[in-house]
Ligand binder design. Structure first.
Ligand code: NAI
Length: 343
């Protein structure tokens, strides 16, 4: 039987650029919190390319296969050079079908107060299967571009069930199904139809409604408070999740979880920020919030709540903030302030 004191093996990937700095800050805070993770530290990204010729070397993949759990710093994908996106490779390798992107107002005084929206994005199907080709006409090899999208009933059901289960477990009131079934009647029609079927099974526990994606994008700006949990297909989810991050102050505070059959990988949504790497000024908050999602995932919700409360107190009461949030604290100073709040 698992007890609340059980240690949990997890892979830690510091990654590139600011990765090492923000991972060090997050690990310090998690240690102070008494988080149960036993880290297996693995090299990925540019450092791994230098050492092994691959940004995702076998040892890293083997570690995640074993732990089924990872906290990942940003990995730079070199432009050109024939490297496939590391994130797409991880999605495929571990069947990471659900992308969870919560966004909550943390620093008061922005454009919107009291935002609290969770977006669930289908991560492996839709138009992002990227089945694309060109047809040449005359001397123009790119005269016609064709792309096929794929949504399977089984995957639509799985992502909808993920969203509704998430809503129930986290005391959420409503799931909004976002689609474009008025135009893409087959591709997103099957998603709408299946997600509604799933929604009816949750009647009495979680309410649901639906929106066409363009109307949803506008309403997110006009009246974001009407949304609670949103579930949508891959491309729409990609766009709306960045829009929602913008409502609460941008990518610096946006965590993401990629959850699948064979593993769950938690990360900051932002990249390796080469412009500020090594300066000690990066904001570790997005990765820290991702670590909170990781604690939720391993059913240590009480620790996740303590962590989020300490972050809120640091930002709101102590007003310790990094430069990107208008403050003057460096990465390590911010980490120490959160640790003090945990004490
Ligand atoms: P970026 O997200 O690294 O940076 C965009 C801007 O946001 C920069 O001005 C940066 O200084 C700032 N920023 C980002 N994170 C910050 C933080 N924690 N604190 C303070 N400021 C922060 O995006 P960019 O420059 O387009 O990409 C750089 C590299 O990161 C590329 O190699 C890209 O492939 C990779 N990348 C990796 C991702 C991942 O591993 N999940 C996601 C996005 C990009």
């Amino acid at each position: 039987m698992t007890t609340v004191t059980a240690r949990i093996p997890a892979t830690l990937i510091p990654g590139d650029g600011i990765g090492t700095e923000i991972v060090a800050a997050v690990v310090e805070i998690l240690d102070a919190l008494g988080a149960p993770f036993d880290w297996d530290r693995q090299e990925g990204g540019m450092a791994a390319i230098k050492a092994h010729g691959d940004p995702l070397p076998p040892a890293l993949l083997e570690s995640i296969r074993r732990t089924r759990l990872a906290l990942k710093g940003p990995l730079a994908t070199p432009v050109g050079g024939g490297f496939r996106s590391v994130n797409v490779r991880l999605r495929e390798e571990f069947g990471l079908y659900a992308n969870l992107r919560p966004a909550r107002t943390m620093v008061p005084g922005g454009r919107y107060e009291d935002i609290d929206i969770v977006l669930v994005r289908e991560n492996i199907e839709g138009l992002y299967v990227a089945w694309e080709h060109y047809i040449a006409i005359g001397d123009d090899p790119h005269a016609v571009a064709i792309s096929s999208g794929i949504n399977t009933r089984a995957e639509c059901r799985r992502i909808a069930e993920f969203a509704f289960d998430y809503a129930v477990r986290h005391g959420r009131k409503k799931v909004t199904i976002v689609h474009k079934a008025n135009v893409l009647k087959a591709l997103t029609g099957v998603f709408l139809e299946t997600a509604r079927e799933v929604g009816r099974r949750y009647e009495g526990r979680v309410a649901f409604d639906d929106r066409i994606v363009d109307a949803c994008a506008m309403q997110l700006v006009l009246d974001p408070w009407q949304f609670d949990v949103i579930v949508t297909t891959n491309l729409f989810g990609d766009i709306l999740s960045d829009e929602i991050a913008g409502l609460v102050g941008g990518l610096g505070m946006a965590p993401g979880a990629n959850i699948g059959e064979r593993a769950a990988i938690f990360e900051a949504v932002h990249g390796s920020a080469p412009d500020i790497a090594g300066k000690g000024v990066a904001n570790p908050l997005a990765l820290l919030l991702a670590a909170g999602l990781m604690l939720d995932h391993v059913e240590r919700g009480e620790l996740a709540q303590r962590l989020r409360a300490a972050i809120d107190a640091t930002l709101r009461e102590d007003k310790v903030r990094t430069r990107d949030l208008g403050g003057s604290a460096g990465t390590a100073e911010f980490a120490r302030a959160v640790v003090r709040r945990l004490g």
